[in-house]
Design a protein around this ligand. Structure first.
Ligand SMILES: [Zn+2]
Length: 360
């Protein structure tokens, strides 16, 4: 029986039917007339052992399988692109912090959160230390404890040399006498973001991790209603003054605060050092978040202020909390935070650090 096959030369079953490539006398290959130009070719083969219907079916099934595989790969790629992978991880860290309850300074809740955060950082390869101190407050003497972390070079001692930059947030939640205040976006979400950033840097950019110190401040929140020169910013004030005046200081600081709100709107304080303002806005633009990042109308009292005062230029990447009904109320629970918003803040921060840590 003589079978006539029509097919694409890339179909393996069809190609295998092409007779052996003839050679000239010098051993060089010559083009077989049946091979065509790699486009659609007409094969004529004698002595086929398969019925033509079977070949057509094999081709059809192969084509369908290839289409299904291609479609599946595309779907997987599209889902992977849409999934806020970093934000989901930070969201889970935020959830775990909130599960330990309110965490005002000196509380058991804060001690438990500190332990968990140190364990998470150590698991990612960071070395942690605490910086303990006491202050007289409206609540009497209170014990505070900042958490610091550095990433060790191979065989190196991370605490001996200087670092290039700081990445900070506050670990405490505001104390309320009668209210169970969790502070999901103020600022457990920022701590969750830093844990995920620390993991990514350690795994993917250890050279940058080694140039960074992570600081989780205690006592950012005031015991009274507002931060005053004597109330609030306890941890950052202590940390800043612990740098000896003559010691080489980090070249920059990045503070995260309220960076996971489901309706994310970041407003940098007006006192942001100019080069850091430009760097943050450029990083946001490159991450497609240019519309979410902007400038606040004025200065904002936060942990960046003591750092700026001792000569560590620091930007406060802070969510807009002006006129927000949830701020400093029990409404600031986990549902105030979204993985998508956390993902944006993390990606912008990673891009910002990428630029700042490559400058020498
Ligand atoms: Zn607050």
């Amino acid at each position: 029986m003589r079978a006539i096959l029509v097919g694409f030369s890339l179909a393996k079953s069809a190609n295998s039917r092409i007779p052996a490539v003839p050679q000239d006398r010098g051993g060089r290959r010559v083009r077989h007339p049946a091979a065509g130009g790699g486009k659609m070719v007409l094969f004529t083969g004698a002595g086929s052992v398969q019925a033509p219907g079977m070949r057509a079916r094999i081709l059809l099934v192969g084509t369908l399988a290839a289409a299904l595989l291609g479609g599946g790969a595309w779907w997987w790629w599209w889902q992977a692109r849409r999934t806020p992978r970093l934000g989901l991880a930070a969201y889970e860290q935020t959830r775990a912090i909130l599960a330990l309850g309110p965490r005002p300074p000196g509380s058991e809740g804060l001690q438990a959160v500190r332990g968990r955060v140190r364990t998470q950082l150590a698991a990612a390869g960071w070395e942690t230390r605490t910086q303990a101190f006491e202050r007289s407050t409206a609540m009497g003497m209170v014990k505070f404890e900042n958490v610091r972390a550095r990433f060790p070079a191979t065989g190196g001692a991370p605490w001996q040399g200087p670092v290039t930059g700081l990445l900070c947030a506050h670990l405490d939640s505001k104390w309320f006498k009668h209210e169970k205040f969790l502070g999901a976006d103020d600022a457990a979400s920022a701590c969750g973001a830093i844990l995920e950033i620390a993991r990514v840097l350690a795994a993917e950019r250890p050279g940058q991790a080694r140039q960074l110190e992570l600081v989780l401040f205690d006592g950012e929140e005031a015991f009274g209603q507002n931060i005053t020169p004597f109330d609030g910013l306890f941890g950052s004030r202590h940390y800043a003054t612990e740098w000896p005046p003559e010691a080489p200081k980090p070249r920059f600081g990045v503070l995260l605060d309220m960076v996971g709100h489901r309706n994310l709107s970041i407003r940098l304080p007006s006192d942001t050092p100019e080069h850091l303002r430009e760097a943050v806005l450029a990083a946001a633009h490159k991450e497609g978040a240019g519309k979410i990042f902007g400038m606040a109308a004025g200065a904002i009292t936060d942990d960046h202020m003591p750092l700026n005062r001792v000569g560590i230029p620091t930007v406060d990447i802070i969510g807009d909390f002006s006129n927000r009904s949830w701020w400093h109320t029990s409404a600031d629970g986990l549902n105030n935070v979204s993985p998508g918003s956390l993902d944006i803040s993390i990606r912008v921060t990673l891009r910002l650090l990428d630029g700042l840590l490559q400058e020498k």
